[in-house]
Design a protein around this ligand. Structure first.
Ligand code: SF4
Length: 495
């Protein structure tokens, strides 16, 4: 295991982790690299390839690149200031780097979309989400260039890191695992739950400066006194507080999604449906009638859709494991708190929530490290499919199920998402994405219940289904992988 909980669950902005959060982080990283190398020129150019070029406009890649070049980060950018900053850049065509240097960047000419081409790397394998940033001198000569790949879930690798299939050295954790079988073995050997294993690893990962910085940034928005006290507290208290802070960002997103009426941006004229669905559920409750026994499932669908409507509107969301699939994991956390833990004390409920997220993280990390969480690489099975698998396993853990039942639930959930393609209409993360999160969340509840109600040996392991998902993704024609060249995107006329 080389990925931290806090790298999988990242605070960012919509609508896409691979096409918005990743490119913004890449652009910011490029500018910081210029500063680190102390190299300055007169113009910056950016080239986008493959899926980023084909669906980049609908996914906000252009805006994200510009904001990254303006040295904004997805987790801290002021969402209300984005339009003003972009308008100024589009008018003035200049970037001020570090307050000392000015370079030309004309978005209309210097941000280029290569729609028929993957990034042509002659030395290494390439990826569908390639970007090349270059700094030029007055005569247009290259002073420094960097290629990045946005590999899903907001993770970004340079071409060299991608060729080495990772971002550096293996990290030191007390319970290292490479696959689900090793994870289960660790649990047996040490008599630990999956959540306890991940928690212990996260405490160790706090010693990694990159992870410590992330946790620090997550804790910072807490009330000043509390945040300072927390940063000086025991590592286990920091980890707990940071996980709960992530859940608060998700909860705020649910609230905004349920409250906000209107039409989503992008031109498809998709109406936000979460507020109306919420009103209907409340009305049925308020009339004092016998509740529809399936109302809890309706609320799961509604919460998942609320999050993804916020995501589609470019709001503040948490990757889980991606933006496009960001609704499933919060919806099942909500389900656990509101419909599946009524007998628990508030302390038990909080521990159940922590177990849920820690276990879901372990499952998400297995997919990220052994397969892919990028729709452009393996289709939607790698996004909503993975989110469904994470949420199913996490729910079993929250309800007190053992490691074997967690593994079984995660396997069932993915088994019935295998082959799911990615074909968003108009390149927007709206249709089928928003409803698909609702369906994925309901499927996660089903998978968890099946695993709990039918314990024992099962035929297909989680490792086998992860491998099958990846191979299926590799066999899938590229036009079904976040290109908007097939499927619903081809057959539905935009209006
Ligand atoms: S179809 Fe799935 S993978 Fe594709 S953009 Fe939508 S949520 Fe993401």
């Amino acid at each position: 295991m080389n990925t931290s909980f806090f790298e999988l669950f990242k605070i960012g902005i919509g609508p896409s982790s691979s096409h918005t959060v990743g490119p913004m982080r890449a652009a910011l990283s490029f500018v910081r690299e210029l500063e680190r190398r102390n190299v300055f020129g007169s113009r910056i150019t950016v080239d986008l390839y493959g899926s980023l070029a084909l669906t980049g406009i609908g996914h906000g890649t252009d805006r994200a690149i510009l904001m990254g070049l303006l040295q904004e980060s997805p987790d801290t950018v002021d969402l209300n200031a984005i339009d003003d900053k972009l308008n100024i850049l589009r008018e003035e065509h200049t970037l001020n780097l570090f307050g000392t240097h000015t370079v030309v960047f004309d978005p209309a000419n210097d941000l280029r979309f290569h729609r028929n081409q993957m990034y042509p790397d002659p030395d290494h394998a390439t990826h569908p989400n390639g970007m090349r940033f270059a700094l030029l001198d007055d005569d247009g000569n290259n002073l420094f260039a960097q290629v990045y790949y946005s590999v899903g879930g907001g993770f970004v690798l340079t071409a060299a890191e991608f060729a080495g299939a990772g971002s550096g050295e293996k990290r030191d954790v007390p319970y290292a695992f490479c696959n689900a079988a090793e994870l289960l073995q660790l649990g047996d050997d040490h008599q630990l739950s999956i959540a306890q294993i991940v928690f212990a690893n996260e405490i160790a990962l706090l010693g990694d400066p990159a992870v410590a910085r992330r946790v620090d940034r997550i804790l910072s928005p807490l009330r000043p006194g509390n945040a300072t006290a927390l940063k000086q507290s025991k590592p286990e208290d920091q980890i707990r507080a940071a996980i709960l802070a992530i859940w608060r960002v998700m909860s705020d997103c649910i609230e905004r999604g349920i409250r906000t009426e209107g039409t989503l941006p992008g031109g498809l004229n998709v109406r936000r449906r979460a507020p109306g669905l919420a009103r209907r559920l409340e009305r049925l409750d308020g009339e004092g009638k016998t509740r529809d026994p399936l109302a809890p499932l309706d609320s799961v669908t509604l919460v998942a859709m609320a999050v993804n409507e916020e995501n589609a509107a470019g709001g503040r969301v948490v990757t889980a494991p991606t933006n496009g699939a960001a609704g499933v994991v919060p919806a099942i956390a909500y389900y656990y708190l509101h419909h599946a833990s009524s007998d628990a004390t508030s302390e038990q409920r909080e521990q159940g929530l922590l177990n849920y997220f820690l276990t879901a993280a372990a499952i998400g990390i297995l997919y990220k490290e052994n397969a892919s969480i990028s729709g452009a690489e393996v289709g939607c099975q790698g996004e909503v499919g993975v989110a469904c698998s994470m949420a199913a396993g996490g729910l079993v853990a929250a309800l007190g199920g053992d490691n074997s039942a967690v593994e079984h639930a995660a396997e069932i959930a993915m088994e019935h998402n295998l082959g799911m393609t990615c074909d968003p209409i108009g390149g927007l993360v709206q249709i089928p994405c928003i409803e698909r999160n609702g369906m994925g969340a309901v499927k996660a509840v089903n998978a968890a219940r099946l695993a709990i109600n039918d314990p024992g040996i099962h035929k297909v392991s989680l490792d086998q289904v992860i491998d099958t998902m990846y191979r299926t993704g590799m066999d899938m024609q590229s036009r079904y992988k976040e290109t908007s060249l097939a499927g619903l995107a081809l057959n539905i006329i935009e209006c």
